[in-house]
Design a protein around this ligand. Sequence first.
Ligand SMILES: C[S@@+](CC[C@H](N)C(=O)[O-])C[C@H]1O[C@@H](n2cnc3c(N)ncnc32)[C@H](O)[C@@H]1O
Length: 387
Amino acid sequence: MSIAGSQRQILLALLARLQPHWHRDRNLPARLDPLLKGDRRFGSRDRRLYRELIYTALRLLPEVEPLLADNPDEAVRRLAWAAAETPATRNFRAAFATGETYAADPVRLLPGWFRAHCPAAFEPLQAAALATRAPLWLRLQTDDASAVIAEFAALGWTVESAPLLPSALRLGADVDVTKTAAYARGAIEVQDLGSQFLLQTVGIEPGGMWLDACAGAGGKTLQLARLLGPSGRVDATDVRSAALDELVVRVRRAGLANIRRVDAPAATYDGVLIDAPCSGSGTWRRAPHLKWSTTPDTIERARTVQLALLHQHAAHVRPGGRLIYTTCSLSHRENDDVVSEFLVSAPEFTAAPFARDFGGTPTATGLTILPATHDSDGFFVASLQRH
Ligand SMILES: C[S@@+](CC[C@H](N)C(=O)[O-])C[C@H]1O[C@@H](n2cnc3c(N)ncnc32)[C@H](O)[C@@H]1O
């Protein structure tokens, strides 16, 4: 059998293994990883090929799933057309991206129920962005980018700054930055551009004492600590102790001395960040399986946790201080609706204006960053001031 023929067979076998799970397992990548890493036939290029093809299948699911049983040749042809052209996918695409050019209608690649949650996602430009994978964005953790840029140039990687945020770098290739010297010395972190915008919209003053109440592995904790500078401090907490262990490693790598891991927050802070657990509907470009394992019920359950977190941590905001609520969801149920409900029962808070909006869509309660605007994931931020 030709190499392309055996790749086709392996791809269809992998899809068959995942199919029973992709409509319900929100942790599908944890199933895929051992299938790819545990198979001794695969080198790193094979793993990149199958990962790209499987993620493409998840992006195109309504256009591919019905064909898998009856017309697998057409399913493979569509995947070959839609997969990104990389060194890993080149031969497969040359073999199977044949016949009439295939391009899906991006609106058909969104779950229909989501229209009521985010009509803007169904606009052609936004739907088209949501149907493709997002680029790799980095956040500089150094004021001098020259050594980072020089290292990337020596590796042959193209890199450009985001026009609205020069400390955000976009990498042109499918590369592993964690193997670079820049990463090892803490000069860069992987963070989507939309995510980087969130704290930048708020106008954080240097020197404040902040609580990061849902710090997880610390992506925003590190960014917040840099914005506050050496005279400020971030207390980081989370219900997941293992994520905080990872945060500690990243803090050490970044050489930041103004972050503390805490089990119990102090009484009050100048600001509290709640980067809430959510449906992740803003991350469907990177995590397309979430499109099919998220339901309106998932969103309602997330809302309960989000409101509880806002009430729990509002108490830690000093009078005059700020409560920042962020999600990586595009559902207004988790965003504006949660904030509006919170404000009704917490009249000591009001929505504050944003320092910068980065072209986001503002409402009375917050700001939504839509994916197509800056080729990022989708996010929401609300900035609430305590009187
Ligand atoms: C969106 S993630 C945070 C990501 C992180 N801030 C970052 O930028 O990398 C949400 C976090 O909320 C945490 N979480 C869930 N329920 C929580 C609770 N009741 N109290 C504190 N953290 C909670 C989760 O463990 C998860 O780490």
